[in-house]
Structure formats: structure tokens, C-alpha cells
Design a protein around this ligand. Sequence first.
Ligand code: SF4
Length: 226
Amino acid sequence: MIKNCNLLLMEIYSTLLHYFGPRDWWPADSRLEIIVGAILTQAVSWKNVEKAIANLKGAEVLDIELLHRIDENELAELIKPALYHRQKAKKVKAMIDFIYREYQADLDSMKSDDLQTLRLKLLSVWGVGPETADSILLYACEKKIFVVDAYTSRIFSRIGLLDGKSGYDEVQSFMQTYLPPQLDIYNEYHALIVALGAGYCRKTNPLCKKCPIMSYCKYSLNWQDN
Ligand code: SF4
């Protein structure tokens, strides 16, 4: 079983990488931009986030000190395209306050904290759940932790490797058990899953006939005219 899962996960990875090419994820110019993006992307598509980030850059406030000083309402207006903007402005401010309080606004110091300690601290910040925390850990802090999202659960349940009821921790543990513990693979695999989930393995009417990993997928055996 272990060997099969190892092989299968890596075959799927290679197939997706060959099909989509390297995703260069996370698309950001700085660690701070990744951290802010990880909050803004909650419950919305990346296109919304891009517009909000562009607004922050246009207003020249994508800087830790400026985000600390900016009025919350002003921040909310700038990130409006990311939706739920008032709540997200609060979350961004809470995260920036946390970085000031715990690391004296030094992202290098934050990055040097050990994985489990930093994860617990991030999860204690208001508005930060496991997916946001792990996105920050993996992409902004280069920690070896697999980021799980709704696409991960859906795709690997449909393939037949998960039962569809597994929670975040179970899915993460499954991926980390069977994948080589390599930062580059964790980084790329999550991005490839996002590409597959957004473009093919949709919640309803998945495009199985065009899917690059159809041959690995149990669900595709049942497709009709999708
Ligand atoms: S074959 Fe269909 S259900 Fe399976 S991963 Fe691809 S799109 Fe999703």
C-alpha cells in the first residue's frame, strides 16, 4: 500500500507537471506579499486577489510598516476586489500586529522560528486557519508542510485515495506520509492541484474527458457527458 501510494502520488505529480509546466507558485514579489495574499485568497479566486494586491501596490502600502500604520477602513477600500473586505482588512491588520509583536516586524526572524512553534503561533492569530497558516509556512517561510485545500480533498477522493470525509489534518498527513519530504515537491504539487482543480476537477461537471490524470481516477470511470 505504502509503496503503491508513493508511486501513484509521484506519477500523478509528474503527469501534472508535464501537462501544466512549473507553476512558479506563489506569484508574489516578497514574503510580505505572500502573507497578505494568503489571507486575501480566503474564499475567493486568485483573480480577485490579484486586483486587491495591485491596489495595495498602486497605493504603495505593501510594506510592513505602512500596513501597520494604515487605517483599517482605508485598507478595506483598497482590498475591496478580494471580497469580504472589511473582515479581511481586520485579518491583515491582526497578522501585521502579530508580526510586530512576536518578531519586531522582522520577517527573517519569523522565518527562523521552527515549524511547529510558528504554526501554533500563526493559528492563534485571528482569522488564520490551517490552510492560511500552512500557505504562509510553505511559501513565505519555506517550511516543509503540505498545504491542503478543497481541491486536494476533492481530487484525491475522486481518484479513490481518500474517502471524501477526511478532514484537513488527515489529508495533510496522507500527503506528507506518501510524498518525499521535499520543499520543492510540496511547493509545486499544491500549485498543480490548484491548476487541476480550477480548470478540470470542478465541483460539478468535472472535465474528466480532458483531464490529464483521467487514467488514474476512479471517478472518471463513471463520467457521463462531462
Ligand atoms: S478525471 Fe475527472 S474527477 Fe478525476 S481528477 Fe480528473 S477531472 Fe477530477
